[in-house]
Design a protein. Structure first.
Lengths: 449, 500
């Protein structure tokens, strides 16, 4: 039986083999030594029809408890923000979905122009001069930025604050030995980075990476952190939440060299961790050190405006071992989702989302203290949409008990930080309602001490 | 066509965000508050939909037509996979959900690992790398970890790469802190074994090889290559970009490779989305398993599935969470619709490539006159010499016939290269139409070369001034100060690799 995704009939095959000048398909593989042939069918389960496949995957999906089946306050880097229908509408256009990287600009003006628009949006959000076309996620763009810093400064130490997302720190540390870099972590003090420690560590460093809002949800004194990096002539790198940038100042406006982050919350579903997009933007002086694709505007011979992949002499397919990065495949479709989402929001919508997150999370803090009797871990800090609560006993036990009541109350910070085993990191996006927050408070009142 | 920013009017918006009465007022300290809002577009929702719909009509995907971009494996992307990846149980699942609440996702990942181990002939798999080039880098980190463990890391500093390699290979070597050793290609298109022998020794850490190579040729010396590297105590890395040629026929593990990356967006049909996403899982031999990234996805003793972070010899993490899960759903679904019939997929890909090659090779130059695997490389060198028409001109003229051009100017060792990969997807009628177009273009080059040099005709733009774009980079909209560019009289496009 012909497979649904294959086209050749027996007659096609015969004609084609005759044209080639062989009698069997096997002959086409004659360069493969006999000892390296598999010589048996692959040991895989038999082919499924689309209908059978759909039933099988529906069964697997049903064994996951997603955010539509459980009231979730889980964040810690990936957030349950609303994704409007227009995002799906655009991303499911086959012309976008099923295109390769736009190597031939005459065939690819749609995706090229959209990347140019995306780069503009990211520069506007972050206050930077130049954005690439996306990186894999918020962790890998951080490692990319270290590579920029190494070459821009010639120095060999990367400083990263302990209050930066643990997965970001892990990925930076995994990449660093290959880059010839050392990573130094700076502790936090009561939820925000210790400025004196940071100043000391920044001396002689290539870059300082901090997160705003940080992993605990607290607002760092970001302008002071950037100034400390600049005084030490280290690049100030801000890892930022795109949805905070309607209410929080842009890193480019307080002296950062590079702004980057995880794009998921802006236009991508959580999807168990990916695919999402990481964004990376920098000041003009770093344009020729940027990793990955960049789209530029130009004209054709008739003066018609158009867009091309540009500054390609940075890239691996031309520069090979001297390239600024090995990246080729990026996350264009997800970044397009980001552009559509940011267009849907507009400046006022971005601010509204930020303010709703601020208000709802402030309400949640109040309810968890008053209604559930819990304590804030860092009561003197300002937060954005996420905050740390002490729950009186091991947070992982509290999560289990709350989930049994249909509420996922947040992330157990003890997974990454010593001494915080009884702390829950609670994320409140604009998708939550005051009634849902009351329910969280009631459940925690029951299951926490 | 206008930019979305040029359609923007203050006061318009597409979104409405819930606001709640009686909540605490939003409060941000003055010194951290945003002073001036970002200039995002201000458009109503239907303008948004029209804008991006119009943009899509100025783009070409595999859904639009034939896309023989060599080394990129532009095959059909089944629509059911989009529906399945969008199931709430997958799409709305938080990656930090407790393992008990993610059993379906973990089982899918574990099953995909098992499948990729069987297809590659290796023992253990990590799905974490986000793309092929990140798989390469991860693989080289494993090489380093292996030799550190063996106490040989100071000594083994070199990675061998043939001159046909994808640019990602040498870039990954540099990024992982290794030194490059280049090796030549022999007159039959194989790795030059004589050149290789003098270059592999106790300082060699690994070989990175694509097999079939970027010339579309299966290396006839692979057994000898394996003896040379393993004889010197080095490891062998397989760039899986061309795995579509050999599924169910020959496995990298059986060829002797120790580490393989698989491009899920090539062989296993994750749509490439105009540049990404992709997926670059790596499969390794048993001895490298302890070094794989964390967390590992495991099948527990009780039949359930879980994440294992307790891997003391792991290189660490190369990406967030367990990798691009939505890509795994699509590739898993794709493979399950083939099962052992993946062999038919590869056979059809190789048959299609050989058929197109046989039909067009006399009109162009064939640098290595052999049967090909899933793709082949022609040269337009004769057209250039005789008529002044380049590979770039041929590529642009193919657009007039309704086809996406092949990869051009790659691999670098072939002058005026046209790298053609039809994939298994196409009907014989489509292949014939493409062959007719290539033959017609070769005739046009002789009779009316300006048809090629002025191509494409009727695309939204003509050939664009890439030199200017690079010299005076304009990489974002400038709002009030946005310049209006005018055409200059100058050669427009540089001859650089376009594809892969």
């Amino acid at each position: 039986m012909t497979h649904p995704f294959l086209a050749l009939t027996d007659r096609d095959r015969e004609e084609m083999l005759r044209t080639i000048g062989v009698t069997t398909v096997d002959e086409l593989f004659r360069d493969i030594p006999a000892a390296m042939r598999l010589g048996r069918p692959l040991d895989l389960e038999p082919a499924l029809s689309e209908q059978e496949l759909s039933a099988h995957l529906a069964e697997l999906a049903a064994r996951n408890v997603d955010t539509t089946r459980e009231l979730s306050f889980l964040g810690a880097g990936i957030y349950d923000h609303y994704v409007p229908a227009v995002v799906d509408t655009v991303l499911q256009r086959g012309e976008f979905l099923t295109a390769y990287t736009p190597y031939q600009p005459e065939m690819s003006q749609g995706v090229l122009q959209s990347i140019f628009e995306y780069q503009t949006a990211i520069c506007e959000l972050t206050g930077m001069d130049v954005s690439n076309a996306s990186g894999y996620d918020g962790t890998t763009v951080s490692a990319d930025a270290c590579y920029i810093a190494k070459h821009a400064t010639g120095k060999r130490t990367i400083v990263v604050t302990e209050a930066t997302n643990p997965q970001v720190r892990q990925v930076v540390k995994t990449y660093a030995p290959g880059f010839g870099l050392e990573v130094v972590e700076v502790p936090h003090h009561a939820g925000t980075t210790d400025l004196d420690e940071l100043r000391r560590a920044a001396e002689g460093a290539a870059a300082v990476i901090f997160q705003q809002p940080n992993f605990f949800g607290c607002l760092e004194p970001a302008p002071e952190l950037a100034a400390a990096a600049n005084e030490a002539e280290a690049l100030a790198i801000a890892h930022v939440d795109p949805l905070s940038l309607g209410v929080l100042e842009a890193p480019g406006h307080y002296g950062c060299a590079i702004a980057l982050g995880e794009g998921q919350g802006a236009g991508n579903v959580p999807s168990y961790g990916g695919p999402h997009y990481g964004f990376l933007a920098a000041r003009q002086e770093f344009i020729r050190r940027m990793p990955g694709r960049i789209v530029g505007e130009t004209v054709d011979a008739a003066g018609e405006r158009g867009y091309v992949l540009t500054l390609q002499t940075r890239e691996q397919h031309i520069r090979r071992e001297k390239a600024t990065s090995n990246i080729t495949t990026n996350q264009t479709l997800l970044a397009l989702g980001g552009l559509v989402y940011l267009t849907w929001l507009g400046p006022q919508g971005l601010r509204d989302v930020g303010e709703t997150c601020l208000s709802l999370s402030a309400y949640a803090k109040r309810q968890l203290q008053e209604r559930a009797g819990l304590e804030l871990v860092f009561p003197e800090r300002t937060t954005f949409k996420e905050f740390a609560m002490r729950v009186g006993r091991n947070a992982r036990d509290v999560i289990r008990a709350a989930r049994a009541r249909g509420v996922h109350p947040g992330y157990a910070l003890g997974r990454d930080y010593e001494g915080l085993d009884d702390v829950l990191l609670v994320a409140v996006t604009e998708k939550r309602t005051p009634a849902e927050i009351d329910r969280l408070a009631d459940v925690l009142a029951e299951v926490a001490q | 066509m206008k930019l979305i920013y040029e359609k923007s009017q203050p006061g318009r918006r597409a979104s409405a965000i819930p606001r709640h009465e009686g909540l605490p007022a939003p409060d941000v300290p003055e010194q951290l508050r945003r002073a001036r809002p970002p200039r995002l577009p201000e458009v109503p929702e239907f303008e948004l939909v029209r804008h991006f719909t119009e943009l899509s009509t100025r783009n070409f995907g595999i859904d639009t037509g034939f896309y023989p971009l060599g080394s990129c494996t532009m095959k059909y992307n089944p629509r059911v996979n989009e529906r399945l990846a969008g199931l709430p149980g997958f799409a709305q699942l938080h990656p930090l959900q407790e393992d008990e609440g993610a059993q379906g996702a973990l089982e899918l990942e574990w099953r995909l690992q098992e499948i990729l181990a069987e297809v590659t002939g290796l023992d253990a798999v990590s799905l974490q790398p986000a793309a092929g080039s990140q798989g390469e880098l991860t693989g080289l980190m494993l090489v380093r970890a292996h030799f550190e463990h063996a106490g040989e890391s100071a000594q083994r500093r070199k990675v061998v790469i043939p001159d046909t390699a994808h640019g990602t290979n040498p870039a990954s070597v540099t990024m992982s802190g290794y030194e490059l050793t280049h090796v030549k290609t022999d007159p039959r298109g194989n790795v030059d074994v004589d050149d290789l022998r003098g270059k592999v020794d106790e300082h060699t850490a690994a070989l990175m090889l694509t097999n079939p190579s970027t010339l579309g040729l299966f290396d006839e010396n692979i057994e000898e290559i394996e003896r040379i590297f393993h004889g010197a105590g080095a490891l062998m890395y397989y760039d899986g970009a061309n795995l579509n040629a050999v599924c169910g026929i020959s496995r990298p593990g059986d060829m002797g490779f120790d580490i393989v990356h698989i491009n899920l967006h090539k062989t296993f049909s994750q749509p490439h989305g105009g540049g990404g996403p992709g997926g670059g899982p790596i499969a390794v031999r048993k001895l490298l398993e302890p070094f794989l990234p964390v967390p590992a996805v495991i099948c527990r003793g009780d039949g359930g599935f879980g994440l294992d972070f307790d891997r003391p010899r792991s290189i660490g993490k190369v990406r967030g969470f367990t990798g691009p899960f939505g890509v795994f759903v699509r590739s898993y679904a794709y493979i399950r619709m083939y099962g052992p019939r993946l062999r038919e997929m590869s056979e059809a890909a190789v048959l299609n490539a050989n058929y197109v090659l046989a039909r067009v090779k006399d009109a162009y130059d064939l640098p290595f006159d052999r049967l090909c695997m899933h793709e082949f490389v022609l040269s337009a060198r004769r057209l250039k010499r005789s008529h002044g028409t380049s590979a770039l001109d041929v590529a642009k003229r193919l657009m007039d016939y309704g086809f996406h051009p092949p990869t051009i100017y790659f691999p670098l060792i072939v002058a005026e290269a046209l790298m053609i990969e039809p994939t298994e997807t196409e009907t014989k009628e489509t292949l014939d139409a493409f062959c007719e177009a290539l033959l017609a273009i070769a005739r046009e080059a002789a009779e009316s070369p300006e048809l090629l040099k002025e191509a494409p005709h009727g695309r939204p733009v003509g050939r664009l001034d890439e030199v200017r774009a690079a010299r005076q980079p304009l990489v974002k909209y400038g709002f009030e100060e946005h310049p209006e560019l005018e055409a200059e009289r100058r050669p427009l496009a540089a001859e650089a690799p376009k594809g892969v």
